[in-house]
Design a protein around this ligand. Sequence first.
Ligand code: GLV
Length: 332
Amino acid sequence: MKPRVLVARAVFPDIVERLRSHFVVHDNPGDDAWSQPELIARLQGHAGVLVAGTERIDAALLAACPTLRAVCSMAVGYNNIDLPACTAAGVLVSNAPDVLTETTADFGFALMMATARRITESEHFLRAGRWTHWSYDLFAGADVHGATLGVLGMGRIGQAIARRGALGFGMPVLYHNRSRLDAAIEQQLGASWVGKDQLLQRADHLVIVVPYSPASHHLVGAAELALMKPTATLTNIARGGVVDDAALAVALRERRIAAAGLDVFEGEPAVHPGLLGVPNVVLTPHIASASLPTRRAMAELAARNLMAVLGQGADAGRPPTALNPEVLPLRA
Ligand code: GLV
């Protein structure tokens, strides 16, 4: 009998069809929002699940779903999944690294530029019919080229952003990360490691790309914002919760920093009302990886992992991007 798998979010229909040739598939074509009890109910009797960064896979769910053997996410960030609990339960977890790096870096750079050059704020002004005359300082913002780029979190996406800044825009690049890059990579990127306070003090444009974990919760809050230049911008494409959104809203309202670009929010899809109430912030709905080819590549990779974990297809037994390969071979 074919194993049963659940595709928890709507994804490309042809990918779901491909899964149907290996599995009995239950999916969510309408992309309905399932509550946690509903997700647990739907997972009963299933061996695998394809998720996005939105489904919470925790110890309680694992205990309630004893047939589950594979959790394959199409996101790169996996703070929605309790990895140690999955490992303890013998459940293989995979994510989707690499395939979204360049697309996400493109978006981070675009959001930083839109923030520095006040693109959405000026568009709202124009659409509202308020553009009546030229003025020397009409939406005058900050330069990007030649300004100091600060990257907080220097993994794959951080490095791709640094490369854009250094090679494309002549930006001196400073970064802070728990571990330093090899000197050769630093040299290639033209990037220098500095302490976190130095980074905050010296960056003209700070881009945040650290994964969320309890250790990175409110990594940038009121005290950190107070270190930044009043002319600086902050762009967050990491995860909601890395920045204290309430403190950021105050800093923006009081012009303690110039502007922010945010693709991720604490408690999203809700957005802190203080952020909605200030003009000097560019807001986007968690779409940094959302180019069609990249979203397809992410879903394909999750499907490949799912097939591999459950012994199907060319990679059977060898999921390409397992986060806890130590659970292989899987419990029967
Ligand atoms: C998006 O935020 C992801 O983690 O893939």
